[in-house]
Design a protein. Structure first.
Length: 409
């Protein structure tokens, strides 16, 4: 029985293929001693399974190893993880740019091991996953942030949280019990150690391409107060893709407003009755006009500005399409235009006023484009959805999309 690969990258049972590799299973165990509860052991099991994909020119089917990590992270575990990943790499990397996927289910453990394991995930290109009935807390959550893959020679985040799974961050304990008579000195050392740990974690978050602000807010809360990832803005800040999330059942205009709001990290809010709806052609003309204005205002490349103005006056739709494509190819932030476009005027981002145009398809959830219109011209939005889950930005930034994550099981 061959397995198939779902859209979210997970492996699920499929129908037998005509040409299926024999299943290869490799089990490697790594023992974790549960902190403070004696010798309860848990294991990390690695299974390599073939994924059914079309063959071409006799090329063998690719396989993506799937790992599972459970239990408390203890000193020395990162060395065992490294050994396993090096063995996998020696067998050859998959075509998808990831060495393996790893499913995490752990209440945490040693801070330093969590950071080391996360760096190993990034170094080797391992996609991290937390399933709906699993939890990944504390040091495990930091290791989760290391999830990465390689695309076009670049390391990109590759982290997935299935709706219902618990991914939680909190402040770390100082890590010692000082019973000295000098209580003031003991407290001072604890504060110093806590600050050092927080600085180390924030630097790590930046290294992993995650929003350090969200992590910093979690670190200032009491250690027993867990910050769970439940809102759209939190998924986006950590570059985490929600698995099992469908397109929102909202009018297209509401989805467009959400796109612009997420593209500006929630700083843009707009009432839908103040949004103008355009066809793709009208949106193209609007953006070309803004590009022409900015070129003229900058007083540079007068030939290009004059040519663009002439094209705009001509009414030649084919020439306008060609100009739009050429300008986009030249690096101007013109989005790919879909069926409908929505224009939001007089939006405010800090002290500045700007406009946002969102173009999207009512049929394909990931088919959309966003551009900001500023006094300097058309610019790309400062924030984009994780590449593997563009539909995330169709929800409002404060939407609770993982409500079950904060419930005790």
């Amino acid at each position: 029985m061959a397995d198939r690969q779902d859209n979210d990258g997970s492996i699920a049972p499929g129908r037998p293929g005509r040409r299926c590799l024999a299943a290869v299973a490799i089990a490697l165990a790594m023992a974790f001693m549960a902190g403070g509860v004696g010798s309860n052991a848990s294991a990390m099991t690695l299974t390599t399974e073939p994924i059914e994909r079309p063959e071409s020119a006799g090329k063998a089917l690719a396989s993506v190893p799937r790992l599972r990590l459970t239990g408390v992270l203890e000193p020395g575990d990162s060395d065992r993880v490294r050994d396993i990943l090096e063995r996998l790499r020696s067998r050859g990397k998959s075509d998808g740019g990831e060495l393996a996927t790893i499913e995490l289910d752990s209440a945490g453990g040693t801070l330093e091991e969590g950071l080391r394991i996360g760096r190993l995930f990034r170094q080797f290109g391992v996609t991290t996953i937390v399933r709906s009935k699993a939890r990944c807390l504390s040091a495990c959550a930091l290791a989760f942030l290391g999830g990465a893959a390689v695309e076009a020679g670049r390391i990109v985040p590759s982290r997935r949280l299935e709706i219902g799974g618990r991914l939680g961050f909190h402040a770390f304990y100082a890590g010692r019990e000082d019973r000295s008579a000098d209580a003031a000195a003991s407290r001072a050392r604890g504060v110093a150690e806590g600050r050092a740990a927080s600085a180390m974690i924030i630097a790590y978050a930046v290294e992993m391409g995650a929003d350090s602000g969200l992590i910093a807010r979690a670190l200032i809360r009491p250690p027993e107060d867990m910050t769970y990832i439940i809102r759209v803005r939190e998924f986006a800040a950590l570059n985490v893709c929600p698995m099992g999330l469908d397109r929102p059942r909202l009018a297209l205009i509401e989805q467009a407003v959400n796109l612009c709001s997420n593209a500006t990290a929630g700083l843009l809010t707009q009432w839908t009755d103040l949004v103008h709806e355009y066809t793709a052609r009208e949106a193209r003309n609007l953006l070309l006009g803004e590009v022409s204005r900015s070129i003229t205002a900058a007083n540079v490349r007068k030939g290009l500005g004059a040519r663009l103005e002439e094209i705009m006056r001509s009414g030649n739709e084919t020439a306008k399409d060609l100009a739009y494509g050429e300008l986009a190819a030249a690096g101007i932030a013109l989005p790919v235009l879909q069926d409908k476009a929505f224009h939001m005027e007089d939006a405010r981002l800090g002290p500045h006023t700007f406009e946002c145009l969102a173009s999207l398809s009512p049929h394909e959830q990931g088919a959309y484009g966003v551009a900001l219109i500023t006094p300097r011209g058309v610019v790309a939005p400062p924030h984009v959805a994780p590449p593997s889950c563009p539909a995330l930005f169709l929800y409002a930034p404060d939407e609770l999309i993982n409500l079950r994550a904060d419930l005790e099981r």
